[in-house]
Design a protein. Structure first.
Length: 496
């Protein structure tokens, strides 16, 4: 179904449920009319359930056609399969809305979808056998291979709609007004894949730092009244200066109001490797995973790198050759751009990229120094860089210029997933203290920075992403990042 048609269905389903939201960017008291008066998040989940049902129905009808069933028998089989999907989906939690990573990439919920599909196909198969169909095996298999991809595709489309339309996201109330709260607002507004829309904040200090501002809805003591007055789906506690007792009462009030609660923890920079919560005499401890950098793990990672890189290069070779020809035709200079980067344990190597700039780009760097969007003195990034060629803009937008780094992966200088490969000047500026931990692994063709903002990521955020990735490394984490890279790159967001 086309996206425009899906949008039309969304509009129809949401008719009569429209609220108003303040467009003001000035902090100050907000009236009930300033916020969404009714949440649309449950509507989206109902539409997802409808999309799943349509996909399952189509799969069931394909299976019925393979089995040669008449209309009545096909309808009965379809009804059984849809009912089984609804029950199993509820049991396996495929319609739970609180998994933020699931809404960002869909990766965490995909295994549950597959388990649901494998579970519900059995009653469908049993019914076909009960009807005496000799081709029940093939029919059930056909229903499975048709219905399951359609379910995943429909959910991917639904996430895309959420990304584009603020009215379909969860309404988020932030508790706090400091630097972390300001960063949180910025992140939620720029990374819409999480489906969260910050609509206001409560705190005893009404001054929200930073450029991103949202309405101040009251003091911390007003939180229960705000939750009763406005339709809030989620409350995020972000380093409020309130006392311990006040925060505990606020968390309890949020849970009593039956809204989702998230807490930005202290030392959050280092918590990517958290193994779990351990209760010691009533005192909760967050257990950190021991870095799994054994020879066996490194060998498994290297094998995954080599096999995948070789296969991708083989499959994409015609496209890569075409890109090389277009680069050569567009502007004079080499096809590949080579640059010294710093790899594992500080080793230097030459990274390969498709040339996306004019040949004199490095000489003209000083000319555009005042346009640098990264004001930390370490990295150099320019929005709409005039040194980038027309073709280069396309290559950079979708990270196609980085595909030659698969050669670096084959040579063992890089990995498919890893920390960002920095140039020597950047690496030297980040070589001290805990920053150096990012050099424990080979740099990656993709990594946590790629799925968390790409070029919009600051140096501080990039280093923190790399540190937590290395500290909590696992092959499962690599696979998750690889899966999340595809939609991140195709979206074109944060690339320049």
């Amino acid at each position: 179904m086309a996206t425009s048609q899906m949008d039309s269905i969304m509009e129809s389903a949401l008719a009569g449920e429209r609220g108003t939201r303040s467009a003001s960017d000035v902090l100050g008291p907000a009236s009930p009319a300033d916020l969404v008066t009714r949440s649309r998040w449950p509507v989206l989940r109902r539409l997802m359930a409808l999309g799943d049902s349509l996909a399952v129905l189509l799969g069931a009808l394909v299976g019925a056609a393979v089995a040669g069933l008449d209309t009545a028998e096909a309808g009965m089989c379809a009804a059984v399969l849809i009912a089984a999907w609804a029950i199993a989906g509820w049991l396996f939690g495929i319609y739970a809305g609180d998994d933020l990573r699931a809404w960002a990439t869909g990766v965490p919920v995909t295994p549950r979808l597959l388990i649901t599909a494998l579970t519900v196909i059995w009653p469908y198969y049993a019914l076909l056998k009960g009807l005496g169909e000799a081709s029940a095996d093939l029919a059930a298999f056909s229903a499975l291979v048709v219905g399951t991809p359609l379910v995943i595709a429909g959910r991917t489309m639904a996430r895309g709609i959420v990304h584009r339309r603020p009215e379909l996201r969860q309404s988020v109330l932030i508790v706090g007004s400091g630097v972390i709260a300001s960063q949180l607002v910025t992140k939620l507004r720029s990374q819409t894949q999480y489906g969260l829309d910050p609509v206001g904040f409560v705190d005893d200090d009404p001054h929200l730092l930073g450029e991103e501002s949202i309405p101040h809805l009251g003091r911390l003591a007003d939180l229960p009244a705000v939750l009763r007055r406005d339709s809030i789906d989620r409350v995020i506690f972000a380093f409020s200066r309130a006392g311990h007792g006040d925060l505990l009462r606020s968390i309890r009030a949020s849970r009593d109001a039956k809204v989702a609660v998230d807490i930005v923890p202290r030392l959050f920079e280092f918590l990517d490797g958290v193994q779990g919560l351990v209760n010691v005499g009533g005192l909760p401890l967050l257990s950190m995973t021991v870095p799994r950098l054994s020879r066996r793990s490194q060998g498994a990672k290297r094998a995954l790198d080599a096999v995948t890189a070789a296969g991708v290069l083989l499959v994409l070779s015609p496209i890569l050759l075409t890109i090389a020809l277009l680069i050569k035709l567009e502007s004079p200079g080499p096809v590949l751009f080579k640059q010294r980067r710093v790899g594992r344990n500080g080793e230097r190597f030459e990274v390969f990229k498709f040339r996306s700039m004019y040949q004199d780009a490095e000489e003209r760097k000083a000319e555009f120094a005042d346009l640098n969007n990264v004001g930390d003195g370490v990295m150099f990034k320019i929005h709409q860089d005039p040194r980038v060629t027309g073709l280069g803009q396309i290559l950079r937008r979708y990270s196609i210029d980085e595909l030659p780094q698969l050669l670096n992966v084959l040579r063992g200088e890089m990995s498919l997933v890893g920390p960002r490969p920095l140039i020597e000047r950047e690496a030297d500026a980040l070589a001290e203290d805990w920053h150096a931990r990012r050099l424990d692994l080979r740099p990656g063709l993709t990594g946590p920075w790629q799925v968390s903002g790409r070029s919009d990521t600051t140096v501080e955020e990039m280093v923190r992403f790399d540190y937590t990735y290395v500290a909590g490394w696992s092959l499962a984490r690599d696979v998750e990042i690889l899966c999340a890279t595809v939609p991140a790159v195709l979206s074109g967001r944060g690339a320049y």
